[in-house]
Ligand binder design. Structure first.
Ligand SMILES: [Zn+2]
Length: 78
């Protein structure tokens, strides 16, 4: 048996596709593919979060500007 047990997939992979990672349970072997997949998921989530934050900010700025315009609108009633 020249394969290493991957705690993430709960199966065996070839040693060249494995990396040792530190988990709460100590040093464990995990395959690069699952590490990369998790990293991509995190990146995508971060990008999504940043986009949402940006969207919310631009929305609230637009809302503020609208309120200010309404507030400053001159009253021509005489
Ligand atoms: Zn794996």
């Amino acid at each position: 048996m020249d394969k290493i047990y991957c705690y993430h997939c709960m199966s065996y992979h070839r040693p060249e596709s494995m990396r040792q990672v530190t988990t709460r349970a100590g040093l464990r072997w995990r395959c690069i593919r699952s590490i990369e997949a998790a990293r991509n998921t995190t990146d995508a989530r971060d990008a999504f979060g940043a986009r949402q934050t940006e969207l919310n900010r631009s929305r609230s700025i637009a809302e503020q500007e609208r309120i200010m315009r309404e507030y400053r609108r001159p009253d021509y009633r005489c």
